[in-house]
Write a protein that binds this ligand. Sequence first.
Ligand SMILES: [Cu+2]
Length: 260
Amino acid sequence: MKKLLSLLFAIVFFCCLGTNAFSVTHDVIMSNFSFQPVALTINAGDSVRWTNQDSVSHTVTSGTNCQDNGVWTSSEFLSNGQTFSLTFSQAGTYPYFCSPHCFLGMTGTVLVSPVSSNIPLPTTADIFSYTAVEIPVLSSNPAVAKPIGVGSVASGGDNLGLHVGINSFSGAVDMYFLLYVPVLDPNNIYQLTSSGELKTFSEGLFPWKTNVVSSFDAGIFGIIPKSLLPPGIYTFGLVVVPAGDISLLEYYFWITSVEF
Ligand SMILES: [Cu+2]
């Protein structure tokens, strides 16, 4: 398991990152001055892709009564064959229209259903890589969740403020927190132990948290001014497995990097 985990981390870090089975993309066609389907129901975390099949240009503009409500930034004018995509992470009703043809009744609605706040236990190996965020993004959809936040360095700020925030799972899980900072040690990926120490994989396998049953939000190392850290690439990973499962066949692995 420890070799596997280390290898896995290396593969993910050096390669690129896979797709996942959780987000669904739904298509809406713009045809004959209408959106088809007019009303689309999706789950929170899903995406919608609009494609213009008319020869005239259309827009995808949020709002009612032909008034842009700014819920999303209106698409540009889409010519034939062009697409516009959005991901809906919050449940709700999202009316929209085509700006030049709203008066013709060219309107539509996306209904976003809430999903359970529990993240389902992993049943396969799923890897989710994302661009660093300041604070964790919570979601019951593991493909949408961004459980590791890195503080203001994510947006060019001065501080590394590591933070893990995550929803509860539908069963108990164990979590491993991994760090790889080649400028400090190019040869080892470290695990953060439950007591806050850093251990290499040659020292064993050290879960960060075991038997987690509820959601939590935890800071790690506090806030560190980046001026105190050597410049380089800092990569962090969170691996979640069903509690006690060391088969490494079923896991979620979130990974994110920040360079400063
Ligand atoms: Cu139009």
